[in-house]
Design a protein around this ligand. Sequence first.
Ligand code: CMC
Length: 421
Amino acid sequence: MSETVKLTYNNTTYEFPLIEGTENEKGIDIKTLRALTGLITYDPGYKNTGSCQSSITFLNGEEGVLRYRGYSIEDLSEKSSFIEVAFLLIFGSLPTPEEIEKFNREISQSSIVDEDVKTILKSFPKSAHPMGVLSSLTSALIAFNPSSVDVDSEEDMREAIIILMAKFPILVSWALRKVKGLPLNYSNPTLNYVENIAQMMFKQPHQDYVPSKVVVDALNKLLILHADHEQNCSTSTVRIVGSSHAGLFASVSAGISALWGPLHGGANQAVIEMLEAIQKDGGDTKKYMAKAKDKEDPFRLMGFGHRVYKNFDPRARIIKKAADEVLQELGINDPILEIAKGLEKEALNDPYFVERKLYPNVDFYSGIIYRALGIPTEMFTVMFALGRLPGWIAQWLEMRKNNEPIGRPRQIYTGENHRAL
Ligand code: CMC
């Protein structure tokens, strides 16, 4: 007989099934809780709530483990290309040579954006934050690709995935080129997916662009490391928006907005701004450590702490090493890398951080690499979104295939009782 969990309430004992994942993590299946007992659960921030069963990404926060479809993040970031990882996440297995050739060909054939989208982009002020621009342009894609909203057609859904994988990097590069005041450009069919991202972002109009291996390898690694992270804030947003049968582009556009916040993907921008502020203030890391620990001070050490990792974020380890390598290969000596390392060292030895199990997360060192590549600070979270795209797509597709019910949490009402008017 399968295991159950008993709940006693009002002298009646109810039993709820225990479900177990393939990595032995257990959860109480409370689907019948309210119908049987009249009770709901209360869990702000969903700290203890599983919203779905998923076979995409496994994360063990206590041991610092992260795997996509069973493959470790260390292996994937070392040995795979971002487009292979995207295929793996979306379709469930690493591609055969024929599959990846077809995937790349389909993406290449869709790598064009309607000229009218440029008019929308043009109407934004140059000061617009690129995350807002990206979210709006992704939403605008719906109008230019109407079949992508038919969520019941498998064929349309595959097409929507190809369209998004193809056009999203173009929108990202256009957001960057708008910030830099550069003419908009397109991908080059002789280059691979990540080389094209580099080419579209960095090509100067008066120069040929040959993607450098250092830049492409760094981008490849960073994109893979950001590609999925199970039910985080933006991914949950994508799934919950999609659960209303909204289309893929609308769901991803909402995910971009969720990612923007500084507690989530926006932390990579916030980290660099924090490190620059510390540098400007004389480099006194102790002062900022004290501020981070002061409960009266809203300041937090950005790039530290994680809802799930209570050990090293495995992505942070890889990125820290990559930051050292990239800066060395590009011959850059960035003083804020030293400030970051100093802060990390202090935090890892400080009882406040040790007791709360606060470690550097993925955002702590990534911005230092983006900065070395010449990407403006306000574009960092856009780079995160570019990496996260395959994860959002995979999670959205899984939610559709499992025919998950519309996401609709309940509440405990604490307002006024009925009042006569
Ligand atoms: N600096 C100082 N104190 C912190 C920090 C920090 N960065 N993070 C958490 N704490 C403290 C927090 O004040 C609380 O202390 P106490 O128990 O005394 O009240 C305790 O640690 C637990 O924190 P929490 O806010 O309850 O934890 P959470 O799981 O709700 O939040 C977090 C996780 C990532 C939002 C939070 O650690 C944070 O704000 N970090 C800084 C922002 C950041 O780097 N975000 C990127 C996250 S990783 C990438 C991504 O998800 O996109």
